[in-house]
Each structure stands twice: as structure tokens, then as C-alpha cells.
Design a protein around this ligand. Structure first.
Ligand SMILES: [Zn+2]
Length: 268
């Protein structure tokens, strides 16, 4: 199998005159040298002590993680690369990670240091109260966090963090926005290919996902907290921007269309 794949890649290289995986910056995951990223733990789900295992919400999270594993494996393969899935940790109240101890107030997050996606089940129940009901609102959030893992595999997270340490707070926020919008776009790419593969979308799902993207837009959250939104305060992007990039991913299903950095004239 390995030999066949190598030959296939060589043929692709001869025909196209380039290394296909270079297109999306995935050469690291081909050779297995993680480039100092730390080796992913090999996927699967883990439960923190406080999280209820048999919970319906927990089963839903596991199912969506499964969709991300299958779809990203297929997408990476199409670029001639091998996908290394993240491990997903479900927690309630608080959790310890390589990124420090986080409380539920922080919401779901991805920690590049241990390659793990942390999903807070309390936050999932809160999404409805935040004006983002529906199972696909949750699927979008998981898709977005897994997208941060993709960015980590591509080496993007590391480059962004390095630049952020050298610039002003406003500039660092701008880099954060570009990272988050790219993650929204990747989440859309995941939806595109999962739909193609499994027809998993039900009536109203896309609306639920797009609505969730808007409800956690910086302008909406700032306004809810009693602030006047200003672009320099954004860390994730406005409601309109988040919807726009999520939609772009869904429409094209092409990671190369998600180059938020290039479009903003930022070279990493
Ligand atoms: Zn994010």
C-alpha cells in the first residue's frame, strides 16, 4: 500500500509538476516529522471526571467527531497527505490541559500543545440560551474546533503565535480574527465534503449553523455585553464575516479558498 501511494504521488507530481500536499502546507504530516508540533494522540474521545458519559449530548459530540475524522481523512488523502485526528475531551465545569486549566466560562477550545479538542458540555446547553439552538449549531462549533487542529497540522497556528508575540495588541487581534475566520471556512469545507459523502444534512441544519456563526460574532457578543463594537476589539470576526467564511467553505469545499491571510495581505 505504502509503495502504491508513493508511486501515485510521484505520478501526480509528474503530471502536475508539484507536490500536491504542498498546496495546503501539509508536507509535514506526510513524512511524519511533526515539525515540533507534538504528535497527535490518535483520535478518539475521552471524558473528564465530571462529564456524564451516557449523556445524549455526549453521544452527539462523539458522532460529529466521527464525521470529522472520516471526512478530513478523505480530504487530506485527496491532497496526498495523511490526516492525524485530534483527541476530543469532553468536560463540565473545568478541565486541565497543556494550555492551562480552563473553566466552562471559556467555552470549547483547541489546545495546540496537546493536539486535543476540549468540548464543554455545559456550553452546549448554553448555546440555545445564546440564541443558537439546534443540533447543527453544535456541529458547527465542533467543526470549528477541529479546524483549529487542521491549522495546527499545517503549521499555521505556530506561525500566527510567533507573529502575535512581535506586534501590537490591535495587530495581534487582527491575526486572531484571520485565524478564526479561516477555521470557520475549514468548518464549511468539512460540511461540504461530509454532505457529499453521507448526505448528513437535514432540513434547517445549514440555517442553524449559519445562525450560530452569527450569534458568536464579536459585534453581537460585544453588544450583548453592553459595549459598542469596534473592529480593533475583535478576536473572532463579526457575525457577517463569520457567516461569509463559513458559507465560502460550504460552497467551494476547497481549503485553498480559505486563505484569509493572503486576502488580507498577511504573509505568515
Ligand atoms: Zn476558534
Amino acid at each position: 500500500m505504502g509503495g502504491l501511494m508513493t508511486i501515485g504521488l510521484m505520478v501526480a507530481g509528474l503530471v502536475f509538476g508539484f507536490n500536491p500536499s504542498k498546496l495546503i502546507g501539509l508536507t509535514n504530516s506526510l513524512g511524519g516529522g511533526g515539525g515540533g508540533l507534538g504528535l497527535p494522540t490518535g483520535g478518539g474521545v475521552e471524558y473528564d471526571a465530571n462529564a456524564a458519559k451516557n449523556d445524549e449530548d455526549a453521544q452527539f459530540v462523539s458522532a460529529i467527531l466521527g464525521y470529522t475524522e472520516d471526512t478530513w481523512t478523505q480530504v487530506f488523502k485527496s491532497y496526498g497527505a495523511k490526516y492525524q485526528p485530534p483527541k476530543l475531551v469532553m468536560f463540565e465545569k473545568s478541565v486541565r490541559s497543556a494550555c492551562g486549566t480552563q473553566s466552562s466560562a471559556a467555552g470549547p477550545f483547541y489546545c495546540p500543545g496537546d493536539n486535543q479538542v476540549y468540548i464543554d458540555l455545559d456550553f452546549f446547553r448554553e448555546l440555545k440560551k445564546m440564541g443558537a439552538p439546534g443540533d447543527f449549531a453544535r456541529a458547527y462549533v465542533i467543526g470549528h474546533e477541529v479546524a483549529h487542529h487542521i491549522q495546527n497540522l499545517q503549521g499555521i497556528s505556530m506561525k500566527v503565535q510567533r507573529q502575535q508575540r512581535q506586534v501590537s495588541k490591535t495587530q495581534a487581534n487582527r491575526l486572531s480574527v484571520l485565524t478564526e475566520l479561516q477555521a470557520d471556512c475549514y468548518a464549511g469545507v468539512w460540511v461540504h465534503h461530509t454532505q457529499k459523502r453521507t448526505k448528513f444534512l437535514e432540513l434547517g441544519d445549514l440555517e442553524e449553523g449559519l445562525n450560530a456563526a452569527a450569534q458568536i460574532g464579536d459585534d453581537v457578543l460585544l453588544r450583548k455585553a453592553g459595549h459598542t463594537p469596534h473592529e480593533s476589539m475583535y478576536t473572532h470576526g463579526s457575525a457577517a464575516q463569520r457567516q461569509e467564511w463559513f458559507t465560502k467553505g460550504i460552497q467551494f469545499g476547497d481549503m485553498r479558498q480559505c486563505d484569509t491571510f493572503g486576502l488580507a495581505g498577511v504573509s505568515l
